[in-house]
Write a protein that binds this ligand. Structure first.
Ligand SMILES: [Zn+2]
Length: 220
């Protein structure tokens, strides 16, 4: 059970996590109450996760909930942790790092690319700006938000049979989950993938005005 006294008044990266969520809102990658973020406690006692339903463009460190590594929060814990707590809990345990951020957002072009049928790992392989720095994992199929199935599928996507774990995976009809040593590192993985999804979707759109027609229209 989560007790108020266990919640530390501050944490070195929680302020960064707040700044990341504010920036994600500014970029249109989440609406007001969307998305969530967790950061590991450096002493490995557990992690801090954003509270459920809070306004992300005004997120502050006191809106994080301490979740002990070895306990499940009581159903009446307040503030309530993010609805995606199980996803955060599984990924925090999977990586088991004292420097870990798990970031969940809904970036427009990544979701659009998934909706259009792109596989994000294949798409990103065409763009060295992504592959140099960001490993994109297998896409997670459309599953209900905040569900146990979604948390399980995300955990599986971050556990490759071979090679190192991905930095980011896409969730069909939903968003992404990214991990990093810091909130800004996780943010950068989202940013790189969002950028190339935007490029790919823009390139696949037919030109609004064929070149010949435009040139003809310019003639006196
Ligand atoms: Zn979501």
């Amino acid at each position: 059970m989560i007790e108020k006294k266990d919640t530390p008044p501050e944490h070195p990266v929680v302020e960064q996590a707040c700044a990341v969520m504010r920036r994600a809102y500014e970029l249109g990658w989440i609406s007001t109450r969307d998305g969530n973020v967790s950061v590991a406690m450096t002493d490995r006692r557990g992690f801090l996760v954003s509270a459920s339903g809070v306004v992300k463009h005004a997120l502050v460190p006191t809106q994080f909930v301490f979740v002990p590594a070895d306990q499940t929060p009581a159903p009446d814990a307040w503030p309530r942790p993010s609805g995606e707590l199980e996803l955060h809990r599984r990924l925090q345990a999977l990586f088991g790092s004292r420097n870990l951020t798990v970031l969940h957002l809904h970036p427009t072009h990544i979701v659009a690319a998934l909706y259009a049928g792109h596989r994000l790992a294949e798409l990103s392989a065409d763009f060295p700006e992504v592959t140099r720095y960001t490993r994109v994992g297998p896409d997670v199929p459309a599953l209900p938000a905040t569900s146990e199935e979604l948390a399980e599928a995300c955990e599986a996507a971050f556990q490759p049979a071979l090679g190192p774990a991905p930095h980011i995976v896409g969730l069909d009809r939903h968003g992404v989950v990214a991990v990093g040593k810091t909130p800004w590192e996780a943010f950068e993985h989202v940013e790189r993938l969002e950028h190339i999804c935007r490029i790919a979707l823009t390139a696949s759109q037919p030109a609004t005005t064929p070149q010949g027609v435009r040139h003809a229209a310019l003639r006196p």
